[in-house]
Design a protein around this ligand. Structure first.
Ligand SMILES: C[S@@+](CC[C@H](N)C(=O)[O-])C[C@H]1O[C@@H](n2cnc3c(N)ncnc32)[C@H](O)[C@@H]1O
Length: 190
């Protein structure tokens, strides 16, 4: 079961095999650095975790996309605020996934071989974070806030999200992880 507040981050180049090094998240990992920063922004507060929030990373890079990595705020363990150890949880998950359809790789970290369409069908209603969006507020929870990595969503992804409200957080294009912090702030004070 999904949390009330979900963040789904589309990783267009993120590798779907555990063949990268923890000191090469940007290159070999296919910009996994962006995605693991998003996990930190989605789940961490000072000295603790948001137990009402889940983070979903959609890995779309070679060699076997798609893979969705689910961090469940309610049950996750061994999650630390640094990029490297979160990336290690993802890599460990890819090792354990191997030829399976899904696996709980560590407590609260589950991997599934599903793509955007199936994820959107399973999760609460989606909102797309978009620099060109026409909305500035969020609908009430439960909701799924979708954002992209360092690349814009593709036309096909935009088509899948056609019915989702598009929320703009300001005039400048921001880091994905910063968008998550801003979204939390707005939802926390709503
Ligand atoms: C780094 S931006 C995407 C790349 C950027 N558009 C570019 O090509 O330079 C990452 C994601 O954060 C979200 N985002 C960034 N700035 C935003 C803003 N001002 N309002 C809403 N969403 C934003 C969008 O989902 C975007 O796809």
């Amino acid at each position: 079961m999904a949390a009330d507040r979900n963040f789904l981050i589309i990783g267009h180049r993120a590798r779907t095999a555990p063949d990268w090094k923890l000191d090469d998240l940007c290159g070999g990992g296919g910009r996994l650095d962006v995605l693991v920063r998003c996990v930190t922004a989605a789940l961490w507060v000072s000295h603790g975790l948001r137990r009402d929030t889940d983070a979903w990373l959609l890995l779309l890079g070679p060699p076997a996309p798609p893979v969705a990595v689910h961090f469940a705020g309610k049950t996750v363990r061994y999650l630390n605020p640094d990029e490297r150890s979160t990336a290690a949880l993802v890599r460990n998950g890819l090792v354990k996934l191997r030829n399976r359809d899904s696996v709980e790789a560590s407590p609260g970290v589950t991997l599934h071989r599903i793509g955007l369409v199936e994820l959107l069908a399973r999760l609460p209603p989606a909102v797309l974070l978009d620099e060109a969006g026409d909305a500035t507020g969020f609908p009430a929870a439960p909701l799924t806030i979708v954002l992209s990595d360092d690349r814009d969503p593709t036309e096909a992804e935009r088509a899948e999200l056609e019915s989702a409200p598009r929320v703009r957080l300001g005039d400048r294009s921001l880091l994905s992880s910063a968008c998550i912090t801003l979204a939390h702030s707005r939802l926390d004070s709503a």
